[in-house]
Design a protein around this ligand. Sequence first.
Ligand SMILES: Cc1cc2nc3c(=O)[nH]c(=O)nc-3n(C[C@H](O)[C@H](O)[C@H](O)COP(=O)(O)OP(=O)(O)OC[C@H]3O[C@@H](n4cnc5c(N)ncnc54)[C@H](O)[C@@H]3O)c2cc1C
Length: 487
Amino acid sequence: MKATHLTTEQLPDAARRAGAGHAEMDPQLLSALRSLVDEAGLLLGEDVRSRHPGVFMSRIEADVIVRPTTVEQVSQILALCNEYAQPVVVQGGMSGWVRATQTRPGDLALSLERMNQIESVDLANRTAVVQAGVVLETLQDHLQQFGLIFPLDLGGRGSCQLGGNAATNAGGVRVIRYGMMREQVLGIEAVLADGRVVSSLNHMIKNNTGYDLKQLFIGSEGTLGVITRLVLRLREQPSSSNTAMVCASSFDQIARLLRHMDGALGGQLSAFELLDNNFYSVNTAAGRHQPPLPSDKPFYAIIESLGSDQQHDAEMFARALEKGIELGMIDDAVIAQSERDKQGIWNIREDLEHVVHDFQPFYAFDISLPVGDMEEYMQLVTERLHGQWPEGLIAFLGHVGDGNLHIAIGAGQEPDREQVEACVYEPLAQYGGSVSAEHGIGLEKKRWFPISRTPIERSIMHSMKAMLDPKGILNPGKVLDLSEGAA
Ligand SMILES: Cc1cc2nc3c(=O)[nH]c(=O)nc-3n(C[C@H](O)[C@H](O)[C@H](O)COP(=O)(O)OP(=O)(O)OC[C@H]3O[C@@H](n4cnc5c(N)ncnc54)[C@H](O)[C@@H]3O)c2cc1C
C-alpha cells in the first residue's frame, strides 16, 4: 500500500501554519477571545512562560493560554479558532510522557484547569459526573466518603486530569483488575473543532445503539475534540488489601506466578508489577528506599490483592504465595504487615527520581507485547543496546500483568536518541507488539507508529481526523502527520 504525500499547499490550514511555525496569532482573534472569557481566562507573555511546561519539555511556546470555565465558552473559543484556522493545543494536567501538549509560537493553548467541578455522584447507579479538569486524586479522595472508588490509579495522580486520562486512555497499576480508562468511562461530552458540542453523556453500562462515539475521543490525544465532561463508572471500595514483594531467578517463574496468583486469588488480583534487578538496585541503594528483599535476584514483583474480608483475604493471599514458593515460582517473598510497609513497597516502584538521576541521558519507553515473549524481547533490546553502547544502562519495570513494560535507558549522548529508540521499537515488530501501551503517541513516537498500525488503519485514522477537524486546528502534528496523507 503506497502512501500519498500531500504538498504543503494541500495541507489543511492549521497544519500548514503549524508546520511553518512562528506564525503570529491574529490580533483580531485575540481581541475576540478576550470578549469570551473573564480576565483570569486569558494568559499572555510571562504568565504563559512561567507555567509548568510538561514532561520532557523546556517551555510553553504558545502565544496565549485560554482557560474557559464552561462548555459554552469552549464551544465559542473553538468556533472562533476554526474560523481563523488557529492551531489549538489542549492542556490537561501536563503529566503526559510523549510531548502531546507541546506548543509552537503562534499556537493557542486551551487549558481545562478551571473546569474542575465534581458535579454529582449517583450512589444507586455508581456513577460520577465530572468536568474534564478534575484532578484524578481529587476524585479518588472525594469518593472515600461514599465507600466507592474510581479505580484508575497511576503515579501522576496528583496532577493528571480526568479529561487527560480519557484523552490518553490512561492505564496504570490496576488495569489487570479494572481495565484501562476506556473501560471506566460511560459517557463523554466533547467539543468538536468547529464548536459543535457532542453530548454523549450515557450513564449505562450497556448501550448498543449504534457506534459508541465516546470511544472516538478516548485515546485521541486532543486531536479529534476537546473533552469537557465525563460520566465515570465507580466501583465498591475494597475493605481488604494485601501487598507483597517477591523475587525470582527467571522471568519464566514470574510469568507462571502471574497465572497462579490470578487463579488462586479468585478475582482479587489487582496489581502485578515487575521490577528487574537494575531498577530495584537503583531504588534500594544505600540512602534511598529500604529493600524488603536482598537485591541479588534478577526479577522482583509487587503483588496486590483487594477484597472485602481482611482476615480471610490475608490468609488466602499468604496461602497463594506459599504455594507459589512450593511450586518453584518464587524464590522469596515479603508480605507487608502495615500501611507503612505497603507504601514502602509501592515507593520502590513509583519513585522515578533516582533512575532519572543515575541514567543519563535519560530515555523512558512504554511498550506492550505478549507476556510469553517478554523475556526474549528484554534480552534482545539489552543486546542491541550494549552492542552500540557497552556501558549503557537499562532497566525494565512495568505492568507486566497487562503485557506492558516500561524501559528506562541511560546510553550514548542526546543526539543518539533515534538509535536508542530503534533498539527498543524495532524488535517489537516480530512480536506484534505496540510502541505505546498506555502513554500515547504525541510527538515522541510518531516516527515509530507504523510498527504498530497497518497502512489501512492509519488511513482510516486520517479520514476520521479530516472528517472531524477538516482545517486541522486540533493539536496539529500530534499522533498523525497530515502530510503523510492516506495510505
Ligand atoms: C509519575 C508519573 C507516572 C505516570 N504513570 C502512568 C501510568 O502508570 N499509566 C499511564 O497511562 N500514564 C502514566 N503517566 C502519564 C500521564 O499521567 C497520563 O498520560 C495522563 O493520563 C495524562 O493526563 P493529563 O491530564 O496530565 O494530560 P496532559 O499531559 O495534559 O495531555 C495529554 C494529552 O491529552 C490531551 N488532553 C488533555 N486533556 C484533554 C481534554 N480535556 N480533551 C481533549 N484532549 C485532552 C492533550 O492535548 C495531550 O494530547 C504518568 C505520569 C507521571 C508524571
